[in-house]
Design a protein around this ligand. Structure first.
Ligand code: ZN
Length: 411
């Protein structure tokens, strides 16, 4: 029996409703779904007690965040990454790089991939990758990939990135097979549709359990056609995770074009900006008379100082159930209290999961494309947390009082 088993309700290559089963752990993920983003293996702002009531199953861990020293202490821990991070009950997916910052940090060569750690740039070879995976023993792993995100990148560079990543995949696969860890392999090709199809076909000819379709660095209007260039060349029956499809609009575009899993970074990005998700989808979007509604609330806005309602009266998260009101969360942000981001992160993870659940129901009811149109008409898309090109970034760097970079530095 294979370690992961993926079943689709019908064999569609477009809008897909599936179940991804991790047979060793006896856990099932209903797709489309989002992974949960972590920094150094922790869900930002949350500790184990905050995680328990949240809908978290499959967690993304970026190996580069553990490489600050030459000999990472996490490599020496003998009982694997689940115990090291005290996440025994969750499924861990390890990729070398952080899906939020996949742009090359420095030169990559055929011998190594440059990654960004707190201790500076590190050069990761297939041998170091193997050492990490042997020590961590994740439930799912991604091979090394020479991803290109620069829109100006020439075809020659894109072709080299596809070839290099295939060579690394072949090397990494030997290790993964020895350890019996399922592999989701990167499908690259950036702005070149032919290379996307070649990368997809070549990758699919290897013994991998799923794919990571890389859409990072692309403009919103490029997404449908370039995504199709990849997914049309992939086998229907294996799951696909999308990188660079974090905003609700991009998630919907991903679902329309055959993506099953998403990186879940939106909940984190919104939280860092002091924002709470209020968008709804499908059956949950009951009022569709108004248009251009905001998708998130900016809790920094002074008007919330006198708003004693919870973030969302229908939400089942810890922040809304207690309930903590908006005025209190506004106060917590201004006072730079840890509880502010804790409440927002809990709410945003919960709401992102609700959004994905509503997408699944919508697909089951054969309503997805209609519901997607309704969503696009009802909400405003001019302002976006993710900063789509030509769009205003919803957040200023200082929104949580401390610039992101400083917050992440480990002294
Ligand atoms: Zn809530």
């Amino acid at each position: 029996m294979t370690a992961v088993d993926f079943q689709l309700t019908d064999n569609s290559n477009n809008v897909r409703r599936g179940t991804l089963q991790f047979t060793k752990k006896n856990k099932t993920i209903q797709t489309p779904a989002c992974l949960t983003y972590t920094l150094r293996g922790s869900v930002p702002h949350l500790v184990a007690d905050n995680l328990k009531p949240l809908p978290i199953d499959l967690v993304q861990v970026s190996i580069e965040q553990f490489l600050e020293q030459k000999d990472s202490s996490s490599f020496k821990f003998p009982h694997g990454l689940h115990q090291y991070l005290h996440l025994e009950d969750l499924l861990l997916f390890c990729d070398l790089r952080d899906p939020l910052k996949l742009a090359p940090t420095a030169f990559n060569t055929d011998k190594y991939l440059s990654v960004e750690s707190h201790g500076g740039v590190r050069q990761v070879t297939p041998a170091l990758w193997a050492e990490a995976v042997k020590a961590y023993r994740p439930d799912l792993v991604a091979p090394m990939a020479d991803a290109v995100t620069d829109l100006e990148a020439k075809n020659k560079r894109i072709i080299r990135s596809v070839n290099r990543s295939l060579r690394w995949l072949d090397e990494n696969l030997k290790t993964a097979k020895e350890l019996d860890i399922p592999v989701f392999a990167h499908v690259l090709g950036h702005t070149n549709a032919e290379e996307r199809a070649r990368s997809a076909k070549e990758t699919a000819s290897r013994d991998v359990e799923g794919f990571i379709v890389n859409m990072l660095g692309l403009d919103y209007d490029q997404i449908p056609s370039l995504l199709r260039a990849s997914t049309d060349a992939l086998p229907t029956k294996k799951p696909r995770l999308g990188y660079g499809l974090a905003t609700p609009e991009k998630i919907l575009e991903g679902v329309s074009n055959g993506i099953d899993l998403f990186d879940g970074t939106y909940a984190y990005k919104a939280t860092e900006k002091g924002r709470a998700i209020i968008f709804k989808f499908g059956q949950d979007l009951t009022n569709d008379e108004k248009t251009q509604q905001a998708k998130t609330l900016n809790l920094w806005e002074p008007s919330f100082a006198h708003d004693f309602e919870p973030l969302d009266t229908t939400c089942g998260c810890h922040a809304c159930k207690r309930p903590h009101n908006k005025a209190y969360i506004h106060h917590l942000l201004n006072a730079h209290e840890m509880l502010g981001p804790i409440l927002l992160m809990s709410h945003n993870i919960y709401q992102l999961d609700q959004f994905m659940a509503a997408i699944r129901t919508s697909i089951e009811n054969n309503q997805f494309e209609q519901d997607k149109d309704r969503f696009m008409k009802y909400f405003s898309h001019a302002i976006e947390v993710d900063g789509m090109k030509n769009h205003v970034d919803e957040v200023d760097n200082e929104s949580l009082g401390v610039p992101l970079k400083k917050k992440r530095t480990i002294l």
